[in-house]
Structure formats: structure tokens, C-alpha cells
Design a protein around this ligand. Structure first.
Ligand SMILES: Nc1nc2c(c(=O)[nH]1)N[C@@H](CN(C=O)c1ccc(C(=O)N[C@@H](CCC(=O)O)C(=O)O)cc1)CN2
Length: 290
């Protein structure tokens, strides 16, 4: 058996063709959406991700605002860039590219973002709103994973989902989304303290691997026919390596390739969040309920 690929690029293209018309409508209404990024340092991965986000903006007619700071930028420098984007009317929403250098308090940086401009959905106010079930921008990678599973008709209602990894951009947040009534999945969050990872993963209908540990998920762990979403990325001498061993394709029913699976959707949903924010501002200024 060879698994069906969960094709993130084709799914991204569908999302972009929908966004194109929405951006045109916003521009016609005098409200061109704008994405801002704050990048600190010269990590090649982060630089490539930020470049990709601005290339996407150019394709869709979304305005781009970049603030690139050196690796030795102080917290005060980063605060100034955040304050600048909070005040910039051309910037609908923005992100602080993670990870930040070790000398910077990433939580303090995320807390300083105006929650109305939090395109990543990672501000504590927005995470709190998500817990409460109130409208909020949703974190991009979890949103992309759920969209991808739905596009391939993988049932979520009642599904046993095992998430591996507890990072803020996916592991900690995807459970909040998957356990909403609209998704109704049962989620187990595994991490380096999990006693028997193989036993947990083998019970899953859906595995979301987001540990950043090359080939952590091996075929013996995966139930035949399960859907396996490979989110983790490690840069090795052999190039980019995901969390899922290639032999998993022989056991699973669906697998997201890596690259070409979730990554393109992380980028796409960032722009969806920005466009949704611009649309809700237009609706609010027209007096409609948002
Ligand atoms: N503020 C944030 N920082 C980070 C996030 C995030 O969502 N918000 N996520 C990751 C990095 N990331 C976006 O920022 C990201 C990762 C991967 C991709 C992507 O398209 N990957 C491609 C392969 C790209 C390559 O060849 O290098 C793929 O999977 O096909 C986009 C965005 C951490 N930081």
C-alpha cells in the first residue's frame, strides 16, 4: 500500500485563487491589506520563510512591510519595530518571525503586538479568545493542518488524534482547534516526556508530527490506514528532513509530503488572516456587525 499525498501546494493554490478576488475587492474599497514582518538575525531558514511570505504578498496584491533587524538587536530595538507596526495604518497585520535569538524574550515580544494586528494568532489575548470560543485570528499552521485534512475528507469527528511536539506555533495550539465542537476530535499531546510514544502513536487515526526530530515517526508506530501529517522540519547536511520516516508511506492511508505539505499552508493562512482582518475592518467601518 502507498499512502495518498496530502498535497499542500495544490491546496495553497486553491486558497490563493480565492484570496485574489477578495484582495481586489478590498483594494477597490480603498483598503488594500498589508502584511508586516519583523525578522531578527540571519538564520537562513527564517530569512527564506520571510522572503516567501513577501513573495506571496506580491502575487496576491497584498502590501508588504519588512522590518529586518540584526542578530544583536536589543529588546528595545525589537519593541520599537513592534510599536512602529502597531501604529502603521498600512499594516493590517504582522508577525514576529520565530524563533527569536536567545537573548530576546519572545513572550514579551508577542505580548507587545496589538492583538488586532496579530496575524499569527499567537498573542495571549487571541489564544485566550480561542480557549473561550470567541472570534480570533487562528494560528496558521494548525489552521493549515485542519484545512488539509478536511480537503481530503479525513474524518475529524470522533477521531483519535495524536500530536507529537509541544511548541507554541503548532503542538500547543492545534489541540484547541481540533477539540472545538466543529472538529470534535479527541487529542493526545505527546512530547519528550511521553513514556511510550510508539504506543500512543499506534492508537491514532491521525498523527500530527511537529517535534522537529528527523524521522521520529517510523512505520512500526503507525496504524495501517492512518493519516500522518508531517509538520516538523530539521535542516541537516542531507537537506530538509521531516519528522516522518519515508517508509511510513507504505503503512499510512494519507501522508503530507515534507516539503510540499503543511509549509505552503502556513504561508497561505497567514495571508487569509490578514485578508479576514481587513474585511472585518471594512465591515465595521460600514456599520455592519463583525
Ligand atoms: N511567527 C512565526 N514564526 C514561525 C512560524 C509561524 O507560523 N509564525 N512557523 C515556522 C516557519 N514558517 C513560517 O513562519 C514556515 C515554515 C515552512 C514553510 C514552507 O513553506 N516550507 C516549505 C519548504 C521551504 C523550504 O524549502 O525551505 C514546504 O514545507 O514545502 C513556510 C513557513 C517557524 N516560525
Amino acid at each position: 500500500m502507498t499512502a495518498t499525498a496530502l498535497d499542500g501546494k495544490a491546496t495553497r493554490d486553491e486558497i490563493f485563487s480565492d484570496l485574489r478576488g477578495r484582495v481586489e475587492a478590498l483594494t477597490a474599497a480603498g483598503r488594500t491589506p498589508g502584511l508586516g514582518t519583523i525578522l531578527v538575525g540571519d538564520d537562513p531558514g527564517s530569512q527564506a520563510y520571510v522572503r516567501g511570505k513577501h513573495a506571496d504578498c506580491a502575487k496576491l496584491g497584498i502590501a508588504s512591510i519588512r522590518r529586518d533587524l540584526p542578530a544583536d538587536a536589543t529588546s528595545a530595538d525589537i519593541d520599537a519595530a513592534i510599536d512602529d507596526l502597531n501604529a502603521d495604518p498600512a499594516c493590517t497585520g504582522y508577525i514576529v518571525q520565530l524563533p527569536l535569538p536567545n537573548h530576546v524574550d519572545a513572550t514579551a515580544a508577542l505580548e507587545r503586538i496589538d492583538p488586532r494586528k496579530d496575524a499569527d494568532g499567537l498573542h495571549p489575548v487571541n489564544l485566550g479568545r480561542l480557549v473561550l470560543g470567541a472570534p480570533a485570528p487562528l494560528p496558521c499552521t494548525p489552521r493549515g493542518v485542519i484545512h488539509l485534512l478536511r480537503r481530503y475528507d479525513i474524518p475529524l469527528d470522533g477521531a483519535r488524534v495524536v500530536v507529537v511536539g509541544r511548541g507554541v506555533t503548532i503542538g500547543r495550539t492545534i489541540g484547541l482547534l481540533l477539540t472545538r465542537r466543529s472538529e470534535n476530535a479527541t487529542v493526545t499531546l505527546c512530547h519528550t516526556g511521553t513514556r511510550d510514544l510508539a504506543a500512543e502513536v499506534s492508537r491514532a487515526d491521525i498523527v500530527v508530527a511537529a517535534a522537529g526530530s528527523p524521522h521520529l515517526i517510523t512505520p512500526d508506530m503507525v496504524a495501517p490506514g492512518a493519516a500522518v501529517v508531517d509538520v516538523g522540519v530539521s535542516r541537516t547536511d542531507a537537506g530538509l528532513v521531516g519528522d516522518v520516516h519515508p517508509d511510513v508511506w507504505e503503512v499510512a492511508g494519507h501522508v503530507s509530503p515534507n516539503p510540499g505539505g503543511v509549509g505552503p499552508l502556513t504561508r497561505a493562512f497567514l495571508l487569509v488572516n490578514v485578508v479576514e482582518q481587513a474585511e472585518s475592518e471594512v465591515a465595521a467601518s460600514a456599520g455592519a456587525p463583525v
